[in-house]
Design a protein around this ligand. Structure first.
Ligand code: HEC
Length: 132
C-alpha cells in the first residue's frame, strides 16, 4: 500500500531528524543557583561547545574540532579558560600568526586551507572562549 510505504519511510527519517535537532541545540547555561555538587559536569563541555555562527561552525567542525574539542596532543580545549589563559597573554597577533604558521603539533592553518585571516580571528576568539 502506498500510505504504508510513505509512513514507513518517514519513520526511518525520524532518528536522523532527532540527531540534527540535538546537534543544533547548544548546551544551555545552568540556571540553578542551588547546584553545589555538580560544578564539573555543569560546566559547558569543550566537546559540545559550538560557534553560534553557522558558517564558522562548519569551519570549526571541519578543521579545529578534531583536536581542540578534546585537547589532542596538548591542544588548548575549546572554551577552556585554564587552557587558554596563558595563550591569550600572547595577544591576538601572535595567536593568529601561530595558527597560520603552525606551532609544534598544531599544523599550519589548523588544516583549514580555505580559511581567511578573518575566519582564523573569529575561530580563535571562539576557541579561547571570548565569544560569549
Ligand atoms: C591536528 C590537531 C590540530 C588542529 C586540526 C588544530 N589545532 Fe590548534 N593546536 C593544536 C595543538 C597541539 C596546539 C598546542 C601547540 C603548542 O603550544 O605546542 C594548538 C594550539 C593552537 C592555538 C594557540 C597557539 C599559541 O600561540 O599558543 C591556536 C590559536 C589554535 N591552535 C588555533 C587553531 C584553529 C583556529 C584551528 C582550526 C582552523 C586549529 N587550531 C586546528 C592542534 C591542532
Amino acid at each position: 500500500m502506498m500510505s504504508f510505504k510513505v509512513s514507513h519511510r518517514f519513520a526511518t527519517l525520524l532518528p536522523l531528524g532527532l540527531v540534527i535537532a540535538l546537534v543544533g541545540c547548544g548546551p544551555s547555561p545552568s540556571t540553578s543557583a542551588t547546584a553545589t555538587t555538580e560544578t564539573a559536569s555543569a560546566a559547558p563541555s569543550s566537546r559540545s561547545l559550538m560557534p553560534s555562527d553557522p558558517a564558522l561552525k562548519s569551519l570549526y567542525i571541519q578543521s579545529c574540532y578534531g583536536c581542540h574539542s578534546t585537547g589532542v596532543a596538548g591542544a588548548p580545549r575549546s572554551g577552556n579558560q585554564t587552557d587558554w589563559a596563558p595563550r591569550l597573554q600572547k595577544g591576538m597577533d601572535v595567536l593568529l600568526s601561530n595558527t597560520v604558521n603552525g606551532l609544534n603539533s598544531m599544523p599550519p592553518k589548523g588544516m583549514c586551507m580555505g580559511c581567511s585571516e578573518e575566519d582564523f580571528r573569529n575561530l580563535i576568539v571562539f576557541l579561547s572562549g571570548q565569544s560569549e
